[in-house]
Design a protein around this ligand. Structure first.
Ligand SMILES: [Zn+2]
Ligand SMILES: [Zn+2]
Length: 173
């Protein structure tokens, strides 16, 4: 079955990209995949269109052309970046390292406690799996683009202060 864009029939489904609810009647993107638990069956993963543009650009691009999504131009730009720089789809917000135990996936050095780090989520077998971090200072090298702040802010669970944003922007350079 092909992917779909359709209004949400209830407000209960959670977006796979951000984990927040998708409001009833809001247009949502449904990515159809073979269900690993049912022979020959399909499953549908629901996303806010913006979350899908950030995290599943190759799936959303298949149906966005025919759709009547609002802000289609903006979504198509995000899709383009995600297809050109394949690792950016892994960005899953930002956080200060709670300890110095994790190593950066780019430079392999430990990430100092309280330093900013970008958590990565890999899409595998229909699921996002959290797997590792990169220094904000290594992000441009790792992701192949400096266009990262919008997706960092979008997938961050907490609202970042203006001070934090300035610091993050600087450390991304
Ligand atoms: Zn979402
Ligand atoms: Zn690093």
């Amino acid at each position: 079955m092909a992917h779909t864009i359709e209004p949400a029939t209830s407000g209960r489904a959670k977006c796979r990209g951000c984990g927040r609810n998708i409001k009833k009647d809001e247009l949502r993107f449904g990515e159809r995949l073979p269900n690993p638990f049912a022979d020959g069956g399909d499953m549908t993963l629901w996303f806010h269109p913006l979350c899908a543009a950030f995290k599943r650009p190759e799936a959303l691009v298949e149906v966005i052309g025919e759709s009547s999504l609002p802000s289609k131009d903006q979504l198509e730009q995000i899709i383009e970046v995600g297809i050109a720089h394949r690792r950016v789809v892994r960005v899953d917000g930002i956080q200060r390292a709670p300890s110095a135990r994790a190593r950066c996936r780019q430079c392999r050095e430990p990430i100092v406690k309280d330093d900013w780090r970008i958590p990565l989520a890999f899409f595998e077998d229909g699921m996002f799996n959290a797997s590792g971090y990169v220094h904000t200072g290594c992000a441009t090298d790792y992701f192949g683009t400096a266009e990262l702040i919008d997706r960092i802010v979008h997938f961050n669970a907490e609202v970042l202060s203006d001070e934090d944003l300035v610091e993050i922007r600087q450390s991304l350079q």
